[in-house]
Design a protein around this ligand. Structure first.
Ligand SMILES: NC(=O)c1ccc[n+]([C@@H]2O[C@H](COP(=O)([O-])OP(=O)(O)OC[C@H]3O[C@@H](n4cnc5c(N)ncnc54)[C@H](OP(=O)(O)O)[C@@H]3O)[C@@H](O)[C@H]2O)c1
Length: 288
């Protein structure tokens, strides 16, 4: 039995390791056959939560690439509707740059386009990709609330937010998830109150970049503590880092990225690792 996580108060339970689909669509993406195989292997091994965004693509001309890819993979596998998809709106990709636009108009346009790209009538979890300094958060979340009332989305998530922003959003809408950067080497979410607040409010904390991120994940592979425990458990340092995140809280849902089948196969194995109390203490104490 794979470990699971409750998604906020939705009553839905998903595998404790989700697939972060972003690397399948950025500039250095794999060919489509490989990308679809990564998604297929994740599903075939029992994974059932995929994180995406309309802007996981090369640039503005390619928006929706990741969502279309996931839709195609699920359709080919005959699994449309069985896998929980969490997507996002609130950014743009002019000339491949990442720019915030969480205006109500752009959120609505993005959501309606995501419905087409995912070939669905309703998105299970729609996340505000990031607050926009030019738009009040209440206006952005207010638009997500309207999309929810219209049935276009079922649940609302936030991403890249602090505790003040979470509390502000909660004054007008139920929040199912918060997705922030969090991994063995970057533990801010454990110390700035975000994870604590998620526990208190029964919000799932989705750990993005959980093995160090698109550019920095190599640092994990050479971390001495992770290497030592990896050897003891017959695992890889990446798997120990994910097992540590899983052991850090029942409400934490890591979404490791993968553009190779071997990466997602390995990440799913982290659910089988049982860290001892002394392993966990060592991982918590390590001087990063
Ligand atoms: N909300 C946001 O602003 C935000 C920002 C960044 C990411 N995200 C989400 O979080 C997901 C994960 O972040 P990420 O992809 O940037 O970083 P990551 O999960 O830390 O992964 C980075 C890279 O590490 C490699 N990797 C992962 N697990 C591995 C394993 N078990 N063994 C060996 N190598 C492994 C993969 O390389 P290969 O590609 O070579 O397989 C992967 O592309 C994204 O896909 C996206 O869905 C959200």
């Amino acid at each position: 039995m794979l470990k699971t996580r409750q998604l906020g108060k939705t009553g839905k339970s998903v595998t404790a390791i989700g697939l972060g689909a972003m690397p399948l669509s950025l500039a250095n993406r794999p060919d489509e056959k490989t990308a679809i195989e990564v998604i297929r292997v994740f599903i075939d091994l029992g994974g059932n939560f995929i994180d995406t965004a309309n802007v996981y693509c090369k640039d503005n001309s390619d928006v929706g690439h990741n969502e279309r890819l996931i839709q195609k993979a699920l359709k080919t596998a005959g699994k449309t509707g069985e896998i929980i998809i969490a997507t996002k709106g609130g950014l743009r990709r002019p000339k491949g740059r990442w720019e915030t636009d969480a205006s109500p108009a752009w959120l609505r346009t993005s959501c309606e386009r995501s419905l087409l790209d995912l070939d669905t009538d309703s998105i299970f979890l729609y996340q505000l990709h990031a607050p926009d300094p030019r738009v009040s958060l209440i206006e952005s979340v207010g638009e997500l609330l309207r999309l929810r009332e219209e049935g276009k989305i079922q649940h609302i998530g936030l991403s890249n937010v602090n505790t003040h922003e979470i509390l502000a959003a909660l004054t007008i809408a139920p929040i199912t998830s918060v997705q922030n950067r969090c991994n063995f080497l970057e533990r801010k979410s454990f110390t700035n109150g975000v994870i604590e607040l998620c526990v208190e409010k029964n919000i799932t904390f989705i750990a993005h970049s959980p093995v160090g991120g698109h550019f920095d994940h190599g640092k994990l592979a050479t971390n001495r503590t992770l290497m030592k425990l990896a050897q003891e458990h017959g695992a890889s340092p990446y798997e120990i880092a994910l097992a540590w995140l899983l052991a850090s809280g029942e409400h934490i849902l890591p979404i490791p990225g993968a553009s190779k089948v071997s990466s997602i196969t390995s990440s799913l194995k982290s659910m089988d690792i049982t860290l001892s109390h002394s392993d966990f203490r060592l991982l918590n104490q390590v001087d990063i």
